[in-house]
Design a protein around this ligand. Structure first.
Ligand code: MIG
Length: 724
């Protein structure tokens, strides 16, 4: 019998029992257990079970949008829509092994899975999720490495008429096989924990992505300036060097919002210290940079140097804040500071203690925090991270083995960081950047994809990698522009900056001992082209900001694969080297050296060349010109696209241009909802924002915009129109 239990339902099978809970009409949780107890959810899930209207008929549950058939013995389920179209069908369920095997139905594509080195479409691949410092194990990131820095056990299955998502809520190492071992099967399993997963129904891709955002949360609205250009390297290692970089940006007329201080700013790699030889005037240097219009972000890693007399180490030791061995002794590993201990971020007391340490950095004038090495990396172990059996403790004193906490360790660190920044600077939206992440980490930190290399393959692969992160709830993401490891040629820097200008997180970063990678380290032509594209990013900053707001409100990513908006067109499921910014601007990066042309796929409809304004019909492939100075960009007819008029703006205020020009691409009616606020504080929560609605009427004689003010709580800049 199906029994009602709490807000959901309960079935006992031959070997296990199954809880079925609804999180709205279209999100259903299937939680298996051998002891009839509902497994605890991980910290990824923020939605609450709801009571929805369900009709029970034997072993069939029927809601407005779904029909669920349960096999009373095996507890295998089949999920269909009310017309009988099958979304998902189990072959076998093994709750004891935390394993489920499902039929591969007609999925044209499988997407998501966080950060993975794969092509966009992951049908036929196998992946594992255990946050990994990839370069610890490999000289270079490559497609056979199944474990990357993130662990986001979520995938989207899509076909032209149906899409669904599955989120496996398990913090242990998880495995997914998308038809690699058997093309007729999709299976997933975990090393520990429970078989507890959420099914999210479409039928549209966008329904699934929004559903996943509802389940695991969305990123808070970022500061507008952090959507600009960031300049970094490992490391700008003295005051003179960092100030020189700032000067170089100004004198070369390159807009830039954020500069980075990598590990050399610390005294002997001790977190929450500054090397006063290299940075004699740390505070006044930060002030100087601020006056020049830059925010400075510093790196803060989890490993704490084990050194007698070092206050952070000793405090943590005294209070029992570090991860221990199973014997209860503190565990000593090694990271940059040599012997190091690892804060046990699982406990709220430890998170608060750590968070308080940021106070001093913020008082010095630091504007953002970069949490690196938080898989966490441990050099002493062959596995590159803490041993499986080291011990964490919950607030209730329960001991959990590292293998269970590993995948959420970075997320817990970013919770500590973000919560502290919010508390210490309530008037300012925090900026936190992380390398490792779990499902739900998007609520706390932006993410970059770690140690790529200055090779064309990594420029190319960053596209599907970031698009799949977007499908996995992560909108604020980017890859190191120019590549981290190895030297970057001028041509590669140009092509990567053209692409990076459309990454949500846009940062040039490079490894220690590589040649300078700032745009002005290259010949004039390279400098000129990179500057042009960095400026283009600032022209689109308000638009980007609006897209990030949409991410905040709905969970939709800023950059989207083509199939996201052209689900009915199977051709789009394999387009790896084009993407959409929002729903209207199609970005077509050049991913190969020496190219002067590239092939572009145009989905059905009317398209405009962004550079020339020329229009033509889609539904076909075209070969288009792409000389070095040009990255092909296209705009869908019926688009209203705001541009910041930055021509006359000072360095320090790139984030708020005095006027906007709305580019109106005719041929179809269009719509834009423009959101404006101070881009920095949380005053918008008190109504200090403005919202305008632009309706484009595509009158062939005279196209026009109908403007409506929806809310006026913030100064509205001058608005101009340009019809194309
Ligand atoms: O093992 O802090 O991914 O961005 O520059 C290298 C030095 C440690 C790895 C990060 C990289 C950063 C570097 N870190």
């Amino acid at each position: 019998m199906i029994r009602q239990k709490g807000k959901g339902f309960f079935v006992t099978g031959q070997q296990a029992s199954l809880h079925i809970l609804f999180y709205g009409e279209k999100i259903v949780r299937f939680a298996y257990s051998s002891d009839q107890v509902l497994p605890a959810s991980t910290l990824a899930v923020i939605a609450e079970p709801e009571e929805v209207k369900v009709k029970i008929n034997g072993y069939k549950l029927r809601t407005k949008s779904l029909v669920i058939d349960i096999n009373p013995e095996t507890l295998a389920v089949k999920i269909s829509d009310p017309d009988g179209k099958i979304y998902s069908e189990d072959i076998a369920v093994s709750p004891d092994d935390r394993l489920i095997r499902k039929k591969r139905l007609k999925e044209t594509g499988i997407f998501g899975n966080g950060e993975k080195y794969t092509w966009l479409n992951q049908v036929g691949t196998k992946i594992r999720n255990y946050c990994s410092d990839v370069l610890f194990h490999n000289p270079i990131q490559h497609p056979q490495e199944e474990e990357m820095h993130t662990a986001i056990p979520f995938y989207l299955g899509a076909s032209p008429d149906l899409a669904y998502g599955i989120y496996f809520d398990n913090t242990h190492r998880t495995y997914f096989d998308f038809g690699k071992s058997d093309p007729a099967e999709i299976s997933f399993w975990a090393d520990g924990g429970s078989l507890d997963y959420y099914f999210i129904a479409g039928p549209q891709v966008v329904d699934v992505v929004i559903g996943y955002g509802y389940l695991t949360g969305t990123a808070p609205l970022p500061r507008k300036s952090v959507l600009g250009y960031h300049q970094s390297r490992y490391s700008y290692s003295s005051e003179e060097e960092l100030l020189n970089i700032a000067e170089g940006l100004h004198s070369n007329d390159i807009p830039c919002s954020v500069l980075y201080m990598d590990i050399h700013y610390m005294d002997a790699y001790k977190v929450f210290t500054v090397d006063r030889e290299r940075f004699r005037n740390f505070e006044s240097m930060l002030q100087k940079l601020k006056d020049m219009g830059f925010s400075v972000v510093v790196i803060v890693n989890p490993g704490v140097k084990a050194e007698e007399g070092y206050a952070v180490y000793e405090e943590g030791l005294k209070n029992g804040y570090y991860v221990t061995r199973s014997s209860g002794e503190v565990y000593y590993g090694e990271v940059w500071p040599k012997p190091a201990v690892f804060p046990d971020f699982l406990r709220s007391e430890v998170r608060q203690w750590w968070g308080e340490k940021y106070r001093w950095l913020l008082e010095c004038g630091v504007e953002g925090i970069w949490n690196d090495m938080n898989e966490p990396t441990d050099f002493t172990q062959e596995i590159g991270t803490l041993p499986d059996d080291t011990v964490h403790r919950t607030d209730d004193g329960e001991q959990l083995p590292h293998r269970e906490v590993h995948n959420i360790y970075a997320m817990l660190q970013t919770i500590s960081t973000r919560t502290a920044l919010e508390k210490l600077q309530p008037a300012k939206r925090p900026f936190v950047l992380t390398r490792a992440a779990f499902a739900g980490s998007q609520r706390y930190a932006a993410l970059w994809t770690g140690d790529n290399a200055s090779v064309w393959e990594h420029l190319e692969n960053s596209i599907p990698m970031l698009l799949n992160l977007g499908i996995s709830g992560y909108s604020f993401v980017g890859a190191d522009v120019g590549g981290y490891r190895g030297g970057c040629s001028g041509e590669l820097l140009v092509r990567w900056t053209q692409l990076g200008a459309f990454y949500p997180f846009f940062r040039n970063h490079s490894e220690i001992d590589t040649a300078p990678q700032e745009p002005w380290a290259y010949p004039q032509e390279i400098l000129d082209i990179t500057r042009k594209y960095i400026r283009l990013r600032y022209r689109l900053l308000t638009h980007y900001y609006n897209l990030m707001r949409e991410s905040t409100l709905t969970g939709q990513p800023a950059i989207r694969p083509l199939f996201y908006h052209y689900q009915e067109d199977p051709e789009t499921y394999h387009i790896n080297d084009q993407f959409l910014l929002g729903d209207s601007l199609m970005v077509c990066p050049v991913t190969r050296p020496g190219a002067t042309h590239r092939q572009v796929y145009f989905p059905q409809g009317l398209w405009f060349d962004y550079w020339t304004g020329q229009s033509f019909a889609g539904g076909r492939y075209l070969s288009v010109e792409a000389p070095l100075e040009k990255m092909p960009l296209y705009v869908r007819a019926g688009t209203v696209l705001p541009h910041d008029d930055i021509e006359s703006v000072e360095y320090s205020s790139y984030a708020d241009a005095k006027s906007l020009t709305m580019y109106c691409y005719t041929g179809k009616d269009g719509y834009y909802r423009l959101y404006l606020d101070d881009g920095l504080s949380c005053d918008f929560k008190q109504g200090r924002y403005s919202e305008l609605e632009f309706v484009l009427k595509d009158d062939p004689v005279e196209p026009r915009i109908i403007l409506k003010k929806l809310h006026e709580g913030f100064a509205i800049p001058e608005i101009n129109y340009k019809y194309i």
